[in-house]
Design a protein around this ligand. Structure first.
Ligand code: PEP
Ligand code: MG
Length: 746
């Protein structure tokens, strides 16, 4: 075999480019490519295997194997040497293929004549596309140089695949990013949405993988890397006094940006004929493939840093990838790997739907999506690699599936579904003015959660009897700087005006955990959910809390006011917060401002500890609201943002219901009004069970009020209570199956 030198490699790429530029159709092109490679590498065989579906590889073109086996020979991922290359994303290089681990003989190909085997994965940015193979009769291991040359070729084939070069008449391949795809996920906010894809981080497309002039490409790479280094240094300078975590990331960036190994590999790729951007992407693809295999969390993080850095470099080189908000489609469906609540709020209500590759049902981004009533599907694997900006997309927030580029039959079925949902909502309007009274005459108070001005019109349209939770931090999260007291007064005034005398429970600032204010110095905590958050921040930094309390009192301006403190874990914290309220009230009195007509001060019960507080606490607190999202995560020790553990524990688990029941009983003993304001209050079955065990007020997203009320009106809570108790008595883990049986028989 001819040893591959740099200039030969460049020659091969030059010929590949000619094939690409030529007129030939998909299959022909691929045939020419295998011929070219075998010829240039001096091997008897060159074959290209591409994925037919996620699990199956198909021989799509060959020089040297039986031509009849093209499009006939298939193998599953992991099967045979080719399947192994694809599965592990690693090169297999062996002089004696039949004795190599995993070898599987494919008689139809006639490959038994060939002893040596070199298989290279064809992958693009973590997306597996296929395998490139060369084989020879002679038993020999291919040199490192030959492997390298073929990796460069595989990279070009990957780019060509992405660009649709093998699509067409007699197509070897169905076009990427054009076929309808159904992607499963997890529902985080119900609803159905149709629109067009808007990628939060748009993907960069390399249109020129091959370049003639390596000197020019080297210059381009060096200039871009220099620009990147200067940028990273500037960011580092600006963050010297900031968050340690961010500093660590930036330092890792700098390390990579100055890494000789990284640069050297890219320079070699360029010397072999790749363009600067293709060289960056080749390194990035390999880093991503490694990322999929590395277990060590630290290493994975570093690889993720490298990935991010490569993205920046690609953006510099191609000028692509930065968004222009003006291009946002009229009906955007946001696609992202993950997103924080602040970023999501910036998009606001302009979004029709959201699909996240990671994400979680319990995150605050999900809560924001719920507050905005935007259908959200999380955990949708591959969505960021499959979707392209502008793709037609339908989000099914009932089934938790996403239809990307749906075909006509899916489109019409989906539209029918949307129409049916609209009809169901209409049905709920007919019960809007009616009280939520059960068949056995129990009255449940249904109120709504809010946090944005835009939520307030829902007070009337949903039939909510008030606002049971106003998340004041959302207003802080949407800004770039701390709001002024006067701004807060104006805002709270508008909230109270819109409520027209209905009770609004203002929860004081609940920051920390995943709610990070961009203008506050972040803290470096190993477990932010168990860290310095909510009332802990409020009590340690009373300035902000006082300002907020003052703003609330001035906004009330002689009207009734209700204030609730989040995340109270022990009696003393409530007392201290309450004392702040009294002090602020006194100051307002001295300053001559009108005081609220009445002032109720309550606490959220979000940690199991508070359920066991002394009776005196229950006597002193004026009302309690169970923050089920946090309470559940601490009760089961299962992170609300970690889907893997969160979904193991049902809210209707008897242990959790028993805890709620105890809280109900303790509140009843002291006549303390109790409500439940976690997300579960808005899920009809959960809401029913909470009401059955005695929670009198449920606070939920406005769109849930209709469905919850409608179900409550058809239920006998006494009967349901018995069903729950019987299931618990029988030792069942969750009462859900028993409750579902009962409801089915209604
Ligand atoms: C809760 O924890 O249930 C709650 C209502 O508060 P948040 O979701 O904002 O933490
Ligand atoms: Mg909470």
């Amino acid at each position: 075999m001819v040893e591959s030198t740099e200039s030969e490699s460049r020659k091969l790429l030059g010929r590949l480019r000619e094939v690409m530029a030529g007129e030939s159709a998909g299959q022909e092109r691929l045939d020419e490519i295998t011929h070219l490679i075998a010829d240039s590498m001096g091997t008897e065989v060159c074959s290209v295997y591409l994925f037919r579906d996620d699990e199956t590889l198909e021989l799509c073109a060959t020089e040297g194997l039986n031509v009849e086996s093209v499009h006939q020979t298939r193998m599953r991922l992991g099967e045979g040497l080719v399947g192994r290359v694809a599965k592990f994303g690693k090169v297999v290089n062996t002089p004696d293929a039949p004795s190599a681990k995993g070898f599987r003989y494919m008689p139809e190909t006639g490959e038994e004549r060939f002893s040596s085997f070199l298989g290279i994965p064809i992958q693009r940015l973590g997306e597996k596309l296929g395998v490139l193979v060369v084989q020879s009769r002679e038993a020999r291991e291919y040199s490192a140089d030959a492997v390298y040359a073929l990796e460069v070729v595989a990279m070009v084939i990957a780019e060509m695949t992405e660009l649709g070069a093998f699509v067409g008449e007699g197509a070897a391949l169905s076009p990427l990013h054009q076929q309808p795809v159904l992607l499963p996920g997890t529902v985080a906010q119900e609803g159905a949405a149709e629109g067009h894809v808007w990628l939060h981080e748009p993907r960069v497309v390399v249109t020129n993988p091959i370049a003639d002039d390596p000197h020019r490409e080297l210059e381009r790479l060096n200039e871009a890397v220099e620009q990147l280094r200067v940028g990273v240094d500037k960011m580092l300078e600006m963050s010297q006094n900031g968050d340690k975590e961010q500093l660590k990331v930036l330092e890792a960036y700098r390390m990579f940006a100055n890494s000789k190994g990284w640069m050297k590999r890219m320079e070699e790729d360029i010397a072999r004929g790749l363009s600067a951007e293709a060289a960056v992407e080749k390194e990035q693809s390999q880093a991503r493939a490694r990322m999929g295999q590395v277990q060590d969390a630290y290493l994975r993080e570093r690889l993720a840093d490298l990935d991010d850095l490569s993205n920046r470099l690609l953006r510099i080189l191609t000028g692509q990838g930065s968004h222009n908000a003006a291009d946002l489609p009229a009906d955007p469906i946001l696609i992202a790997r993950n997103i924080g609540p602040g970023d999501l709020l910036e998009y606001g209500r302009s979004l029709r739907g959201i699909v996240l590759e990671e994400g979680s049902v319990g995150s605050h981004a999900a809560i924001v999506a719920r507050a905005l009533a935007i259908p959200l599907v999380v955990n949708s694997a591959r969505i960021t690699t499959e979707a392209l900006n502008g793709d037609h997309i339908m989000v099914d927030g009932e089934q938790g599936v996403v239809h990307l580029r749906p075909d006509d039959s899916v489109v019409s079925a989906f539209r029918d579904k949307i129409a049916m949902q609209a009809k169901a909502q209409e049905r709920y309007t007919s019960i809007r003015e009616k009280p939520a009274e059960t068949l056995d005459g129990k009255r449940v108070n249904l109120v709504m959660n809010a946090g944005l001005m835009a939520d307030l019109p829902s007070l009337n349209s949903s039939g909510a009897e008030g606002v049971g939770l106003f998340r004041t931090e959302l207003q802080f999260l949407v800004r770039n700087q701390m709001p002024k007291r006067s701004e807060l007064v104006a805002l709270y005034e508008r909230v109270l005006d819109a409520a027209e005398g209905k009770r609004v429970v203002f929860r004081t600032l609940d920051i920390g955990s995943d709610k990070v204010l961009p203008y506050m110095k972040p803290t470096d905590e190993p477990n932010p959910a168990l860290g310095w958050r909510a009332i802990r921040v409020g009590l340690d930094k009373p300035g902000i809390m006082r300002m907020q309390l003052q703003a609330l009192m001035r906004a009330a301006n002689g009207r009734p006011l209700t204030v609730m403190f989040p995340f109270v874990a022990q009696f003393e914290e409530y007392r201290a917060a309450r004392a702040e309220v009294e002090k602020t009230l006194e100051r307002e009195r001295i300053l001559g401002h009108p005081l609220p007509e009445t002032l109720e001060v309550g606490a959220m019960l979000e940690t199991p500890s508070l359920a066991f507080a002394p009776r005196k606490f229950f006597e002193e607190v004026e009302f309690l609201s169970i923050g089920g999202n946090d309470l559940k995560q601490f009760f089961f020790a299962a992170d609300r943002e970690n889907e893997r553990v969160r979904k193991r524990y049902d809210t209707l688990n008897v242990s959790f219901l028993s805890l709620i029941e105890q809280i109900v009983e303790r509140c009843a003993e002291t006549d303390t009004p109790l409500s439940f304001c976690g997300e579960d209050a808005g899920r009809p079955i959960e809401a029913l069970c909470l009401a059955a065990i005695g929670v009198g007020t449920l606070s939920m997203r406005p769109a849930s009020i209709g469905p919850v009320k409608s179900l409550l009106m058809r239920t006998n809570l006494d009967d349901l209570r018995k069903v729950i108790f019987d299931a618990r008595h029988r030792g069942e883990q969750s009462v859900r199956p028993a409750v579902m049986r009962y409801l089915r028989d209604l």
